[in-house]
Every structure is written in structure tokens, then in C-alpha cells.
Design a protein around this ligand. Structure first.
Ligand code: AMP
Length: 417
């Protein structure tokens, strides 16, 4: 199927071909016809599926450029707002819709200037949008299409009251599009009362990881995580690596460790200013830094094409975060690897992820890394072992046998129940 079979305006189709898209992705094939039809749509789709274009293209199709603000996209983070803004600008290249982003952490004036010049579509984070509305600088009374992007993340980040306030500022008659990586009743509660007979579209089960990602778990004690990371980066010559940590402090710590080891890296998390984040992201995108260390809060804004490896320095707290993190690699059909470091105290979280994914993740040692004699690692039965090289005892392979034979130990965590 090609894009031309979707009844989008010729100028949008021209833009699509300039963007290099030849065939619509699944979410685009399924959602665009309904959105063009004017239906409300609830789409369950992860990032990496092409969902941004799935809502931007038909939204632009509906609105006449130059007739005032007609479409509003609300999204949880500034990185996402910028990323959606970029897609919107590319899509509007020939139709000349005017796009503006509105997000916090930067000065008001450039954003206000843009709004005052007139816009057709605004991409906003909730808090800044409400601020600007309170200042009387944005007129939402003409909005015909509302997109709520990453609704689950907005809920997690506590934006539900803000989103409700925004909805109350909009005309009642409008088209609603809600996208979320996971679909819980909490997510639907955001807009249930205002949705009008929505079409539900689910491209992939909510916590299915993106195809094409090779996943592996490396059990390692907390104390050896940074050594293992440096070893992997040095020995395996991994390029374009995204490393996730649980907290911003840990991100800073990993960044310092990498700097000391002479590995070019930068870090991006909620504790850094917008300018710092942008600089880090730009230098990673441009290939000046090999490694970007990030936390989950900013994960979804990282739209870099050719990330070869995602390393979960810490096991993420939720299966959804796991899927989002590893979805940063293998974007739009490419392949990639996701490596998860597993300390003994993280086995429950990993178990939860595996249960929700409905699959076991391959578990092995990293060849050539000197696991110290006192490492504390999870055993196959998820109990903790303090013995060296006893990782898979009772499981697929015994560690001592492995080290004697000097070949790679492979096992599956929890293989024996
Ligand atoms: P998203 O899920 O919107 O974050 O998109 C993921 C990536 O896929 C982005 O880098 C898009 O530029 C890219 N993409 C979106 N739609 C297509 C398409 N039809 N063909 C190729 N790449 C696409």
C-alpha cells in the first residue's frame, strides 16, 4: 500500500515523499482514514511506530492554513513537543500551515511572538499552555482538532488536572485523537466524557517491544555496573549508545565514570536545563558524542534514527518504561540491541517485565569481563547467590563449568521454575 491510496491532499503527499516515507506504517494505514473521516480515535501505539505522522497528516488535511488556531496537540515533555513540531513543519512544507511549539523551561517571548504572528497548529506541554492562556496570549476558541499524545505518560507525570482544564477551554464540538503506548482505564478517564463514539485502534499489544530489537540481560552486581559498562563500550566498540539510569543522580554519576574513562558522552535528564538537554541531544545526533546517558522522563523525546544499542544500566521500574527505552533503537524498521544490567535487587522488576512481555529475555555473561569473586547475582530461581560463577546453577549452565571451558555462559533467567 502506498501513501497515495490515503486520500490526503496532494501537498501533504508531496511533503510525505520529501520526508522519505514510501509506505504508511500500520498505525498510519489504520488511523488516517478514520481521522480523515472526522472520527474520534483512540490509538494504542508505541513511539517508533510512526504515530506522529499518523495524527499530524490528517490533522493538517482538515485545517485551512491562515484561518487561525485550529489544531492543538498536547504532549508531556518539551522534547516530544519539539519532535512533533519538527514532523508537523516537515509535513506542512508545501501546504504552509504555521506550526508553533509551546513548552516550559525556556523564555516566553519567542513563543509569544510566534503565536502573535498567527498559527494554525500548536504543539504544547500542559503547564506552559495554561500559563500562556492565562496571560491572554492564545485563543483556543477555534480549536477543531485536539490530539492528546502519550496520554499514559501525561497521567504518570500528574498532568491529568491540567489536561482537564485545557479540555474545558476548548469548543465542545471538535475531533479528539488520543494516543497512548498503554491503554488503562486511567488513561481513558482523561477524555472519556468528551470522546464521541471513538474508534479504537491497537497496532501492537501494549507492551510488545518493537520488532527487530535483540534483547539480552547481563547479571552483574551493582558495584560492577560501571566497570561492565566501560568494558562493553571499550571492548565491543559500541557506537551510538543510549544508556538509561533510574535517577538523574545516577545519570550524572555514569556520565562522570564515562568521562573519566575517556568515552565521549553527554547526559540528558529532568534536572538539566532545556539548553543543556538540547546541546546534549544535538551533539549525540551529530555523532560528536558516542554515548547519551538518559532517564525515563526524557526518553520519549529522543528521536535519533540510528541508535545501535540501548543499555539499561538500571532495570526500569515498569514494563512500559522498558518498552519505551528499547524502542529508542530499531526505529522504523532498523535493527538494534537492548542490553539490561541486572543486579540482584532488581530481579522482581525484571520478572514483572518478562511477565508482561510474555517472554523470557536471554540471560548471559559478557565474555571477557572479569566478574569479581564476590559478586552478588541473581540465580536461575531468582534467589541471590554470593558465590562466584554460580549464576546458572541448576539452570541451563553452571558458571564454574563455563569459566573452565572459557566459553560464553547462556541461560534464561527463571528457566527452572
Ligand atoms: P514516531 O512513532 O512518530 O515517533 O516515529 C518513529 C520514526 O519513524 C520517526 O523517526 C519517523 O520519522 C519515522 N517514520 C514515520 N512514518 C514513517 C513511514 N511511513 N516510513 C518510514 N519512516 C517513518
Amino acid at each position: 500500500m502506498s501513501f497515495t491510496t490515503l486520500a490526503l491532499r496532494p501537498r501533504l503527499l508531496d511533503a510525505v515523499s520529501e520526508m522519505g516515507y514510501t509506505r504508511p506504517t500500520q498505525i498510519q494505514r489504520e488511523a488516517i482514514p478514520y481521522i480523515l473521516d472526522g472520527r474520534d480515535v483512540v490509538g494504542c501505539a508505541q513511539t517508533g511506530t510512526g504515530k506522529t505522522a499518523a495524527f499530524i497528516l490528517p490533522t493538517l488535511h482538515h485545517i485551512k492554513p491562515g484561518s487561525g488556531l485550529k489544531a492543538l496537540v498536547v504532549t508531556p515533555t518539551r522534547e516530544l513537543a519539539q519532535q512533533i513540531g519538527d514532523v508537523a513543519r516537515e509535513a506542512a512544507r508545501f501546504s504552509r500551515h504555521r506550526v508553533a511549539e509551546v513548552y516550559g523551561g525556556v523564555g516566553y517571548e519567542p513563543q509569544l511572538k510566534k503565536l502573535r504572528r498567527g498559527v494554525d497548529i500548536v504543539i504544547a506541554t500542559p503547564g506552559r499552555l495554561l500559563d500562556i492562556h492565562e496571560r491572554g496570549e492564545i485563543d483556543l476558541s477555534g480549536v477543531e482538532v485536539l490530539v492528546l499524545d502519550e496520554a499514559d505518560r501525561m497521567l504518570d507525570m500528574g498532568f491529568l488536572p491540567d489536561v482537564r482544564r485545557i479540555i474545558r477551554l476548548l469548543p465542545e464540538r471538535r475531533q479528539n485523537l488520543l494516543f497512548s503506548a498503554t491503554m488503562s482505564s486511567g488513561v481513558l478517564s482523561v477524555v472519556r466524557s468528551t470522546l464521541n463514539d471513538p474508534v479504537h485502534i491497537e497496532t501492537t499489544p501494549s507492551v510488545q517491544p518493537v520488532d527487530g530489537v535483540e534483547q539480552v540481560v547481563y547479571p552483574v552486581s551493582s558495584r560492577q555496573k560501571s566497570d561492565l559498562l566501560v568494558n562493553l563500550l571499550e571492548e565491543q566498540h559500541l557506537e551510538r549508545v543510549l544508556v538509561f539510569t533510574r535517577t538523574k543522580h545516577r545519570a550524572d554519576r555514569v556520565f562522570r565514570v564515562l568521562s573519566r574513562a575517556g568515552i565521549s558522552s553527554s547526559s540528558i535528564h529532568g534536572g538539566r536545563t532545556q539548553a543543556q538537554r538540547q546541546k546534549a541531544l544535538d551533539s549525540f545526533k551529530a555523532g560528536h558524542t558516542r554515548v547519551l546517558v538518559a532517564t525515563d522522563v526524557v526518553a520519549r523525546g529522543i528521536d535519533v534514527y540510528d541508535i545501535s544499542h540501548v543499555i539499561n544500566y538500571d532495570v526500569p521500574n515498569t514494563p512500559e518504561d522498558y518498552v519505551h527505552r528499547i524502542g529508542r533503537t530499531a526505529r522504523a524498521g532498523a535493527t538494534g540491541s537492548a542490553i539490561t544490567f541486572l543486579a540482584a535487587e532488581e530481579t522482581v522488576a525484571l520478572h514483572d517485565i518478562e511477565r508482561r512481555l510474555g517472554q523470557r529475555i536471554e540471560c548471559r555473561d559478557h565474555d571477557g569481563f572479569d566478574y569479581s569473586a564476590d559478586r552478588i547475582v541473581p540465580m536461575a530461581d531468582r534467589n541471590v547467590s554470593t558465590k562466584p560463577r554460580a549464576l546458572y546453577s541448576g539452570g541451563v549452565m553452571r558458571g564454574r563449568a563455563r569459566s573452565r571451558r572459557g566459553r560464553s555462559g547462556r541461560g534464561t533467567i527463571g528457566a527452572r521454575k
